[in-house]
Design a protein around this ligand. Structure first.
Ligand SMILES: [Zn+2]
Length: 261
């Protein structure tokens, strides 16, 4: 059965013209039907919008295969989630397996979750003005970016349903994403907190910075940037790091950092 599923997946193929008209139809349907998304560069998005996208994509691009496989497995609906914490990945698809006691034996059930980063979506098409691509395709607005992200995640879901595993660095995924969606890459260059930090606060990973903490000026190096900067300050009371020195870790809002010469 799973071989048959993979065969059905591998048989899906849309010409560039079909891909363009299908995704345009979905774009228009979302604008027409969504309660939140009223413009290509929307300011609000809800879980219901992901659910709408799921149905439209399954019908247009998968011929109902996703819904059919989920139903056959008794997997229930895919949990759809918006995340304002995902600072690197634009989307994530997770398979969870649960063992339940059946009448005669343990029954394994799969649950699926797709999460989309609203943090990256809303930071992009805001005040950083440059070309943005997702899956190797130039996106003109947030809705197009959301569609490309969702397409990538739906393929993860399709592979999970067909084979129980999925990897977007593997050749099969890349062949499928090209054949079904015309994607030429499995990466995005949406605007990340790192880029915002460089643009507005002129700080980057590795920079020497000063900040105030408990009435004392501390100086350290930026180790990581998410919503805040992780700054390592050399301190005898700190934790031992691999370079043989001890550092204390501080999480500092970007606007409180002063770059040091
Ligand atoms: Zn992926």
């Amino acid at each position: 059965m799973s071989r048959d599923r993979l065969a059905r997946l591998l048989a899906l193929r849309h010409s560039p013209g079909e891909v363009a008209s299908k995704s345009e139809r979905i774009y228009r349907s979302v604008l027409g039907r969504s309660e939140h998304i009223r413009a290509g560069n929307f300011d609000e998005v809800g879980v219901a919008d992901l659910s709408l996208l799921f149905d439209l994509y399954d019908a247009e691009f998968f011929g109902g295969l996703l819904g059919a496989m989920l139903k056959e497995d008794g997997a229930g609906k895919v949990t759809l989630r918006l995340s304002d914490r995902m600072t690197k990945a634009a989307g994530k698809t997770i398979l969870r397996k649960h063992r339940k006691r059946g009448v005669f034996r343990l029954v394994e059930r799969a649950e699926y979750e797709i999460a989309v980063s609203t943090l990256l979506l809303f930071q992009t098409f805001h005040d950083v003005d440059r070309t943005v691509t997702v899956g190797g395709i130039v996106c003109r607005d947030r809705l197009e970016a959301l569609q490309r992200i969702f397409e990538h995640e739906l393929l993860h879901l399709a592979e999970f349903l067909a084979e129980g595993r999925s990897s977007c660095s593997a050749g099969q995924f890349q062949a499928l994403s090209r054949a079904i969606f015309g994607h030429s890459a499995a990466v995005h260059d949406l605007v990340t907190p790192r880029e915002i930090a460089a643009k507005h606060h002129e700080v980057r990973q590795g920079d020497l910075v000063a900040f105030e903490h408990d009435g004392r000026t501390r100086v350290g190096r930026i180790n990581r940037i998410t919503k805040r900067a992780t700054v390592l300050v050399e301190d005898g009371a700190g934790r031992l790091f691999s370079d043989g020195r001890r550092y204390m870790t501080f999480y500092v809002p970007l606007d409180r950092l002063r770059k040091q010469g």
